[in-house]
Structure formats: structure tokens, C-alpha cells
Design a protein around this ligand. Structure first.
Ligand code: NOJ
Length: 427
């Protein structure tokens, strides 16, 4: 490991940047499964995504702000439903659109990292059962191959699926997804009216139509299909671009055992995390996405004490979780780690900076102990659409006016950019 500065253990070429996802920032992702669910009566979403941050049109400005602050990597996702609006029908215009996002990165001196599926899938894919469909791996891989062929050598870093382990973790009672689980209850067959309306909207049979969200990936069939989708997707990307670095990104909650909670903790770590980390063996990297910890007692999550600080999402403010997760990931996956998401939803930007500093300190210590971490991408570049919770959760380094879409960088953007420019030496 080469250190670029005597006082920094961050290796040369460490990726410093920020992340977003298409559906959360682009706006009007109308052909996706999530858009359909957002618009059925009784939708579990507190509000629809609508125009989001209008980044579909304003991506150059977003990238310029990121680059101007001193960040060198932008992780964003391409929207499958725009690129393949009907099965097997690929839109050249949309592929070109995303190529122009990639080109805007290069023009700004930014390394693009492309996520191929970030929660949303095409409506037709949902209509055919999403990840329960035995054809899912093949369908996903075909799309991955088309994207990678179109991008050619303009993109090196690819993430296949984002947080495919979320449902497995949630179904075992992890707190972080638990909150989401409640909100997604309507589509988890709890509310048949919503499920029916969703199916009707997508033109499919009620017992087949399935949201493509990772919250719905908890049956063995769906889990195994996503593993296979990742493997086939990775192969398709590499066929098109042998120099590509491919991995998938996992939600890793730092599960900790309270007395008596050891078994449950072990189970959660295994079924919710490690079984997915094992799939990363042989990948070029594994993406780690960590926000908080979860303390497990014998009966489940131990409630967070009232006087413990929480973020807007209700999660305990526990930035130390990141250092623990990168160690866990490296140990099980045995490949380099990239922190593909980490951050906090807060209205107080000073809290965001304090959180991020401690999280990065954990990464620094892991590096000093020899853990191979290649990058840190903050979630998120922009305040954006936090899924079922809507726009009230502000994770961004940049605020976005909901009416004018005007971008206002927060001090945390400049702060993280300064750390990045010094490759971590000023942390
Ligand atoms: C993980 C997801 O990938 C992202 O879409 C989400 O907004 C953040 N976590 C925060 O919840």
C-alpha cells in the first residue's frame, strides 16, 4: 500500500466522492415499478418522486459542483426502465443520455462509477415477477451487457445490484430495514387493495406482479436469483469491457450483541450480510453501505435509549459502524472494499460533518491495520427522494430547492472536498 503523504494512510488513488441514484434525483422515471407504486391509491410512499431534483437535465451542474469542491468520483445509477422500456427493446437515445453523464464526469476530471440497478426496475420486469422470475438473471445480464457495450472504455467502475441483501436482513428483524418494512407493508401483501391496484396498473396478475425493490428480496428463490443476476451481470459487463471493475453494493448494518443476543446477532450477520459478502469473492471489489448499528437482545433489537442522538430517519447516530463494517466486509469477501455509501439525514450540517469525520476515522484506522479500502463515496451528493419517506430526509452535501431546483452547497461539501484534496491527511 503506497501512502501519498507521510501523515495519511489513505492509499494513492483512493476514490473520494459522493453517490446518488437515478430514481432519487432524476425525476419522472415514469416507466419504473416504483413510479407505478407511488401513484396507486393508498401508496406506501408519503409522496411521489415527481420531478425529483431534475438531475435528468441538470446532471452537468451536479457533477461540476462535486468536482469544484475537490471530489473526484461520482457514483450514479442508470435507469433500466428508460434504457429498456419494453423487454428486449433498448433505447439508443437513453443510452446516449447516460453516456453524456459519463462524458460530463470525464470533462470535469471525475471518475464515474455506474450502478446498474438501484432499487427500481422496469414496469415490465415487475409485471413478470421481478426477482422471483427464473428468467431474472438472464434479463438483467442482457441489459448490463448492452449498457457496458455502449459505454465502452469510458466507464471502468460498475456496481451491479444495490443492496440486494436488504430484504433478507429485514425479514430477520433488523431495525434499519424494519422501519422501511413497515412503510413497504402495503406491497408485502399486507394491504391487498394496494397490491391489486399495483398489479392492475402494471397490467399483470396480482399473484405474479412484484416490486423490484430489494425489500422484496427475501425468499430463497429471489435471493438466489439476485446472486445469479450479479454473476451473470458481471460476466456481461466484462465481456463488453474486460478492463471493468465490477462489484455489488451491500447494506451492512453493524449488528452488535447485547447479553443474550449473540445467537440472533450471528444469524443476522450470516443471513443478512455474510452470505452476500461471500458472493463477492472473485469480484473486483465489494461496495459497503453503512449508516448505523443495531444492538440485538435475545428477543430482537434493543430499543435505542431516548437520550441517544438519532438522525431524521430515526437511526442511532453511530458513525463508528462504518469502520466495523469495512473490516467485516474485507474479512468475508476477501476483496478490496469501496465505501459506496455512508452518511446521515440531518438538517444540521455541522452534525453531518462530525458524523462523517468519525466514520472516516474508522476507515483510516482500518487502513492502518491493513484493510484494503479503495474509496469513500458519501451518501448523498444531493438532498433527494428518500423512497417511502419522500423529500423530508436530507442526506445531501448540497441542498436542492423543491420548486426551482436551485442547488445550494452546504459547508459539508467543501469540508469533504478539502479532505479529499489532501487525500485524508487533514482528517
Ligand atoms: C441506501 C440506499 O442505497 C439509498 O438509496 C438510500 O437513499 C440510502 N441508503 C439512505 O437510506
Amino acid at each position: 500500500m503506497v501512502s501519498s503523504d507521510a501523515s495519511s494512510v489513505f492509499p494513492e488513488g483512493f476514490l473520494w466522492g459522493a453517490a446518488t441514484a437515478g430514481h432519487q434525483i432524476e425525476g419522472n422515471n415514469t416507466l419504473s415499478d416504483h413510479w407505478a407504486l407511488e401513484h396507486v391509491p393508498g401508496s406506501p410512499f408519503v409522496e411521489p418522486s415527481g420531478d425529483a431534483c431534475d438531475s435528468y437535465h441538470r446532471f452537468a451542474e451536479d457533477i461540476a459542483l462535486l468536482a469544484g469542491a475537490g471530489l473526484g468520483t461520482y457514483r450514479f445509477s442508470v435507469e433500466w426502465s428508460r434504457i429498456e422500456p419494453e423487454p428486449g427493446v433498448f433505447s439508443r437515445a437513453e443510452l446516449d443520455h447516460y453516456l453524456s453523464v459519463v462524458e460530463a464526469c470525464h470533462q470535469a476530471g471525475v471518475t464515474p462509477m455506474v450502478t446498474l440497478q438501484h432499487f427500481t426496475t422496469p414496469g415490465w420486469f415487475a409485471r413478470e415477477g421481478a426477482w422471483n422470475n427464473p428468467e431474472a438473471p438472464k434479463l438483467f445480464a442482457r441489459y448490463c451487457g448492452v449498457v457496458a457495450a455502449h459505454f465502452g472504455d469510458a466507464v471502468t467502475w460498475y456496481c451491479t445490484l444495490n443492496e440486494p441483501n436488504l430484504g433478507a436482513m429485514a425479514s430477520l428483524g433488523g431495525m434499519l430495514p424494519m422501519a422501511a418494512m413497515e412503510a413497504f407493508g402495503a406491497i408485502t401483501r399486507v394491504d391487498p387493495t394496494v397490491t391489486r391496484a399495483f398489479a392492475v396498473r402494471l397490467g399483470g396478475a396480482e399473484d405474479t406482479v412484484e416490486l423490484g425493490s430489494p425489500m422484496r428480496i427475501f425468499s430463497t428463490v429471489a435471493i438466489e436469483n439476485t446472486k445469479e443476476a450479479h454473476r451473470q451481470g458481471r460476466a456481461a459487463v466484462k465481456d463488453a469491457n474486460p478492463a471493468a471493475k465490477v462489484g455489488w453494493t451491500l447494506a451492512l448494518v453493524d449488528f452488535q450483541a447485547a447479553p443474550g443476543g449473540e445467537n440472533l446477532t450471528r444469524q443476522l450477520r450470516e443471513a443478512g450480510g455474510s452470505q452476500f459478502l461471500e458472493v463477492s469473492r472473485g469480484d473486483d471489489f465489494v461496495g459497503v453501505q453503512t449508516y448505523t448499528r443495531e444492538v440485538m437482545g435475545p428477543m430482537g433489537p434493543v430499543p435505542v435509549p431516548d437520550d441517544t442522538p438519532r438522525s431524521q430517519t430515526g437511526w442511532e447516530v453511530y458513525p463508528q459502524a462504518l469502520g466495523h463494517s469495512v473490516r467485516w466486509a474485507a474479512e468475508v469477501a476477501q476483496v478490496p472494499v469501496v465505501v459506496t455509501e455512508n452518511g446521515m439525514a440531518t438538517a444540521d450540517d455541522a452534525d453531518r460533518i462530525a458524523y462523517t469525520r468519525t466514520a472516516l476515522e474508522g476507515v483510516r484506522q482500518a487502513l492502518a491495520d491493513g484493510v484494503d479500502v479503495r474509496g469513500y463515496l458519501h451518501w448523498s451528493l444531493l438532498d433527494n427522494f428518500e423512497w417511502h419517506s419522500g423529500y423530508a430526509m436530507t442526506f445531501g452535501l448540497i441542498a436542492v430547492d423543491r420548486t426551482t431546483f436551485q442547488r445550494t452547497p452546504k459547508p459539508s461539501l467543501e469540508w469533504l472536498g478539502t479532505i479529499a484534496r489532501g487525500n485524508g491527511a487533514t482528517l
